[in-house]
Design a protein around this ligand. Structure first.
Ligand code: ZN
Length: 661
């Protein structure tokens, strides 16, 4: 945390971060805090201000820029308005910013401003929502928290709620049904203490009233192949509106396995703002065989719900993606989705809080109650809340895509992995060289890519290939692209080549490609949304070199393998293509171990002249780099190549002898 030099603001940031650590109090952008104090403005005047958390900012890692300062006297003038629309409120609040370029202050800014206390906390605490989210919410909250905490039935935040709360300033705090808690004090510590005290009281009350014992769970454990098959099918169904990464969360296992899971899910979200990221309801899959039908039904019902209410809003919003964001599978756990694992895990964090609250309600106070459908719609499509989603970074070309890259520890494989990561792909890296692969992973992380999964092993071993596919499905839910790149250079004239060296070239370069092709096609067929296989062959496949037979034959075989994969995969939307690079030196291990010297000798030049020699013999007189190959591979993986299968693209600067034919 950066210190600001203003003690009141420093206390606020520190307190906010502490609250944000605890996901039972707030999750991802939920809740907000404020403090009132004095600053010296840009003209040297002392001004009384309120710092309020910015809309969508996360309390957990809040910094000074997450707390825009606003002129308090101007905000207090707004109390005199008889009414105020949301748009008007945003406009008027924004005009009171000390620095116009600040983040947009929370939609609950006026609520904080109107309360005559220096420090205010507003959390979406699980325990508070458990007290309110059922038919007797008001009564139970009174019993649990006493007469000094006021209670307001669900209403959407905004000007009206701010006015109502400001009239309750004589209380010690306010409970907002289906939403959370507001507490205050004139000291920062006093405010934090009050929040924890009220939440603690609520938690104790729930514990004392928990009567029901959950029946013992007798779900049979799924086998690994069963789990993998189901995950892939779920990802296929969920990706009908766009590819996404799945996260399987064990913490949601208890809820998923509960015999009362349906009632828990029908309780809706704990705090209304959870629906922004996990939708108003989760999906429960009861029969594995019917998972696709279950998802289709969910989508149909969501579309119908949208149609029922769309007429009631003025500026017709566009329907959100109708896919469930949380799928609870008894015997497996909770499956969430996102453009990458981070987003999917965040959804699981929220789902865990939301469903735990409903489960606690069920065990202590009876059937959990969701908001009415109309209330849900009005919140689900409330522009003030949707603003938070607009803060999300733009989706990249391969966001939600999952790609396996073999031979990723160096050279072309590393270059491909880096490029795909920079465009948002989730990656499974495979290589026999664990250390080099960790380096690739670390470069990707440093460059801001999503954290890849690494599988160490020999891809010519079928069990390693199976492990690679399972790793992709377990970590991300499936696969979209496979870059078959692992390879080895084996020199030697045929008359001298040993059988072992020959067999090794075929095994590493060709058999491994066959095994991964086989496993990928069966996984992609199960997933049912097509896919793209890209083979990194070589210019040698069409234009072989003397003294390089074992290698050239294996790469020619790879081209033929690619063609068969294209023939057999076509009806399932699976494309297969190859790239033929030539003389790629940067970062490549292919040239180590005497190959450079051997190739140089065969061309009658010094080893140091080899790059220049290869560049001079192609039509464009250019050197070819890993990034040139990576660009072509990325194109073949992308939707831009959706009409291309069975093709070979040379990346060799133009070598007439290796023209595709
Ligand atoms: Zn709130």
């Amino acid at each position: 945390m950066k210190m600001t030099g203003n003690p009141v603001l420093d206390e606020l940031i520190k307190r906010s971060r502490t609250l944000g650590q605890d996901q039972t109090l707030v999750v991802y952008g939920g809740g907000n805090t404020s403090a009132k104090g004095v600053i010296t403005d840009h003209l040297g005047r002392e001004r009384e201000v309120i710092w309020v958390k910015g809309s969508g900012s996360d309390l957990r890692n809040a910094e000074v820029e997450d707390f825009p300062a606003l002129k308090l006297d101007e905000l207090l003038q707004l109390r005199n308005f008889a009414e105020m629309s949301d748009d008007q409120m945003v406009d008027l609040v924004t005009r009171s910013l000390i620095d116009p370029s600040s983040k947009r202050p929370s939609i609950e800014t006026l609520l904080h401003a109107f309360l005559p206390y220096r420090h205010i906390d507003h959390v979406h605490a699980n325990a508070i929502c458990a007290l309110t989210n059922h038919a007797d919410g008001r009564q139970i909250t009174k019993e649990a928290l006493g007469e000094n905490i006021a209670y307001i039935d669900w209403m959407r935040p905004g000007f009206e709620l701010s006015q109502i709360v400001s009239n309750l300033a004589s209380y010690e705090g306010v409970v907002l049904a289906h939403h959370g808690l507001i507490t205050w004090s004139d000291s920062s510590q006093g405010c934090a203490d009050r929040t924890m005290e009220v939440v603690g009281q609520a938690e104790a009350f729930i514990r004392e009233n928990t009567r029901r014992q959950e029946p013992a769970v007798t779900r049979k454990e799924m086998t690994e192949p069963e789990a993998v098959k189901l995950l892939v099918r779920i990802r296929g169904a969920l990706s009908a509106t766009g590819r996404r990464v799945l996260h399987l969360d064990d913490r949601l296992r208890e809820i998923s396995d509960s015999p009362l899971v349906k009632e828990i899910v029908e309780g809706g979200t704990a705090s209304a703002d959870h629906m922004l990221r996990i939708k108003p309801f989760s999906l429960v899959v009861e029969n594995y065989e019917k998972v696709t039908t279950n998802i289709d039904n969910y989508v149909r019902e969501y579309c119908q719900y949208f149609e029922r209410h769309i007429e009631t809003v003025a500026k017709g919003p566009v329907m959100h993606d109708p896919m469930p964001r949380v799928v609870l599978v008894p015997g497996l756990g909770g499956i969430t989705s996102g453009s990458g694992l981070g987003e999917a895990r965040a959804a699981a964090d929220i789902a865990l809080q939301t469903h735990t609250v409903a489960s606690n309600v069920l065990n202590a106070f009876g059937t959990p109650q969701a908001l009415t459908e109309k209330e849900i719609f009005d919140f689900d499509y409330w522009p003030m809340e949707l603003y938070k989603l607009s803060l999300k970074p733009q989706a990249l070309q391969f966001s939600g895509h999952i790609t396996i890259v073999t031979g990723a520890a160096s050279g072309i494989g590393r270059g491909i992995a880096r490029l795909l990561a920079s465009r948002g792909s989730s990656l499974v890296l495979a290589d026999i060289n664990g250390e080099g692969m960790e380096q690739t992973a670390s470069i990707i992380r440093d460059e801001g890519g999503l954290d890849p999964v690494c599988v160490v092993g020999d891809q010519s071993d079928e069990s390693v290939v199976t492990k690679t596919i399972h790793a992709a499905v377990r970590a991300f839910g499936g696969i979209d692209g496979v870059v078959i790149n692992a390879g080895v250079a084996v020199p030697g004239n045929l008359s001298e080549l040993s059988l072992g060296a020959w067999e090794n070239a075929q095994k590493v370069n060709l058999t491994s490609a066959f095994l991964l092709t086989k496993a990928s096609i069966s996984c992609l067929r199960e997933q049912g949304i097509g896919g793209s296989l890209v083979y990194v062959a070589s210019k040698n496949a069409f234009s072989p070199g003397a003294g390089f037979g074992a290698y050239s034959v294996s790469k020619a075989g790879m081209i033929q393998l690619m063609r068969i994969a294209a023939l057999e995969g076509g009806e399932y939307g699976i494309r297969a293509n190859a790239v033929n690079p030539d003389a790629v030196f940067d970062d490549s291990k292919l040239w180590h171990g005497g190959i450079r010297e051997e190739r140089a000798a065969s061309h009658g030049i010094a080893p140091s002249e080899l790059e220049e020699f290869y560049a001079s013999r192609n039509l464009l007189s250019v050197r070819v780099s890993t990034s040139d190959v990576a660009e072509t591979v990325a194109h073949l993986l992308s939707d831009g190549a959706s009409r291309t299968s069975g093709g070979v693209i040379p990346v060799d600067g133009g070598v007439p002898g290796a023209f595709v034919r």
